[in-house]
Design a protein around this ligand. Structure first.
Ligand SMILES: Nc1ncnc2c1ncn2[C@@H]1O[C@H](COP(=O)(O)OP(=O)(O)O)[C@@H](O)[C@H]1O
Ligand SMILES: O=C(O)[C@H](O)[C@@H](O)[C@H](O)[C@H](O)COP(=O)(O)O
Length: 472
């Protein structure tokens, strides 16, 4: 059967193809979609073409008028909660649709959790706790990540996870929340299907504002993160204990976990701490109490490693550092401010610094890093060109995380020359490259292309930091 034959007899397929074209922007708003055109484009009969257009009209994608034909409608008119429309948008623009769905979940799930705890229906409590225990057990199955042997385990995990989140929404006793369970489950499934199928790992950020909000939806790991499973357990048992604040905090943390770095957000952790204060871990099955307590203790006590943004002059340390600090909600410190007047004047004159002149500067930066509270965090800029300089900073804080912004010499020269009101002359750029000893594999941190958009750099750093924090 060739593809035209396959289309024949399948109005649904034509609806899907047309739907995808429309949500992708492939059909201009002013273009008329006539029954004849659809018949010809897809090689289908007139009644089928009519039915296809009728279906798209019902979904709000087109406006169908008798004798005139159809025109594509503006996005606001689409039935954006229609399962097909969601599926098509996931197909053509997965990252933006996933972001919308996740933002929706962030609004409704914590609220639903709160309401579920307040109404505390016996059936909902029973289902949630048993689903959470099943999820934990499945995630610990040795074969979980095995491509073939694990398939049935993963499928079951996917189903139980969907059931868990649906139960939570049903537990709110708000029919409108329950109505949203379909998009929620589609978001859950998409994340699992895409990533367990070896799908893409792109970090997508659309705007600077988005990056500041750590606006990335993390790829699903090959095996569920233990912390996510413990948070599901906490949520289920908090609802069971009728604890509104704790239930809301666990639901919020589950959503934060899938967003790069946001589980380290002080606001999320504060809510979780407050929730844990009222939570009775003895309400958990005996076998799970210690695991839960250890996981929560590690999470709420999560130390925030100081981040040192390093690299040659002009690589973007200040620009990226400020953004990153704002995004992580930690203090920002400009390392240049610790230079002595003498150092500054040297550079201004075009005289390069050396180990000796840098030594007091590095000591001052080390002092600032030492002073940063381990839970408060810090982003500090420091060119840290040589490895021994980084060793000095690591003596102050062994947990320092270095972000090396890697830039070519020509680009650095252009950036420094183009920068107004800064003491560093472009003539010193070559000396910076002579001194530079790039961050090495055995040093904690990451190297990233400094020509990427700032928001993308920040998003990737956050993802890497979150991974690093979890792995510690
Ligand atoms: N990722 C980037 N893409 C394009 N321009 C950038 C980027 N990061 C920084 N810049 C620009 O390069 C110049 C140097 O950046 P700056 O943050 O002052 O670097 P540094 O603190 O490392 O000397 C500034 O004009 C800044 O706007
Ligand atoms: O060790 C050094 O030679 C300086 O610290 C140098 O690396 C630093 O880059 C300058 O202070 C200029 O400041 P910017 O890096 O912000 O341009």
């Amino acid at each position: 059967m060739d593809s035209e034959d396959a289309l024949r007899g399948s109005t649904a397929k034509v609806v899907e193809l047309l739907g995808c074209q429309i949500v992708e922007g492939g059909k201009p708003r002013d273009q008329h979609l006539t029954v004849d055109a659809v018949m010809h484009e897809f090689g289908i009969t007139r009644p089928m073409a009519r039915e296809a257009l009728q279906t798209l009209h019902q979904k709000g994608l087109i406006n169908l008028q008798p004798r005139i034909g159809a025109t594509v409608q503006a996005l606001e008119r689409w039935d954006l909660l229609d399962p097909d429309v969601i599926a098509w948008r996931l197909e053509v623009a997965p990252d933006s649709q996933m972001r919308s769905l996740t933002e929706l979940r962030e609004v409704i799930e914590p609220r639903a959790a709160r309401l579920a705890a307040l109404s505390r229906s016996a059936e909902v409590c029973h289902d949630l706790t048993s689903q959470a225990r099943t999820l934990l057990a499945l995630s610990e199955e040795p074969d979980f990540a095995q491509p073939r042997e694990g398939a049935a385990i993963r499928q079951r995990f996917r189903d139980v996870d969907a059931a868990f989140h649906r139960t939570l929404l049903a537990g709110s006793r708000n029919e409108l929340f329950l109505r949203l369970s379909h998009p929620v489950v589609m978001a859950l499934n998409h994340r699992i299907d895409r990533d367990w199928a070896g799908g893409h790992q792109d970090v997508t950020v659309t705007s600077a504002r988005a990056a500041v909000g750590a606006d990335t939806v993390q790829s699903y790991p090959t095996r569920p993160e233990p912390i996510a499973m413990w948070l599901h357990m906490g949520l289920a048992y908090a609802v069971d204990q009728g604890l509104a604040t704790a239930s809301e905090a666990f639901a919020e943390a589950i959503l934060a976990e899938i967003r790069g770095g946001r589980l380290q957000d002080p606001a999320v952790l504060d809510h979780l701490r407050a929730g844990l204060d009222e939570f009775n871990a003895n309400g958990l099955p005996t076998a799970h109490r210690d695991g839960f307590r250890d996981a929560m203790a590690a999470l709420v006590r999560a130390r925030r490693a100081p981040v040192v943004v390093m690299g040659v002059t002009g690589c973007g340390k200040t620009t990226v550092g400020q953004y990153l600090a704002e995004s992580l909600r930690v203090p920002f410190e400009e390392g240049d401010r610790f230079h002595s007047r003498r150092n500054r004047e040297s550079m201004e004159r075009g005289d390069r610094l050396d180990d000796r002149s840098r030594s007091p500067w590095l000591a001052a930066i080390a002092g600032r890093m030492r002073a940063a509270g381990s839970e408060e965090g810090l982003v500090i800029t420091c060119s840290s060109l040589r490895r021994i300089y980084r060793e000095m900073l690591r003596v102050a804080r062994a947990d320092a995380f270095f972000v090396h912004l890697e830039l070519g010499q020509d680009e650095a020269t252009a950036r420094v020359a183009g920068r107004q009101s800064h003491y560093m002359p472009a003539s010193l750029v070559p000396s910076q490259f002579e001194d530079l000893e790039p961050l090495q594999d055995d040093e904690v941190g990451m190297t990233i292309d400094a020509t990427l958009p700032v928001e993308r750099i920040v998003a990737e750093v956050q993802t890497e930091l979150a991974r690093h924090t979890r792995g510690r």
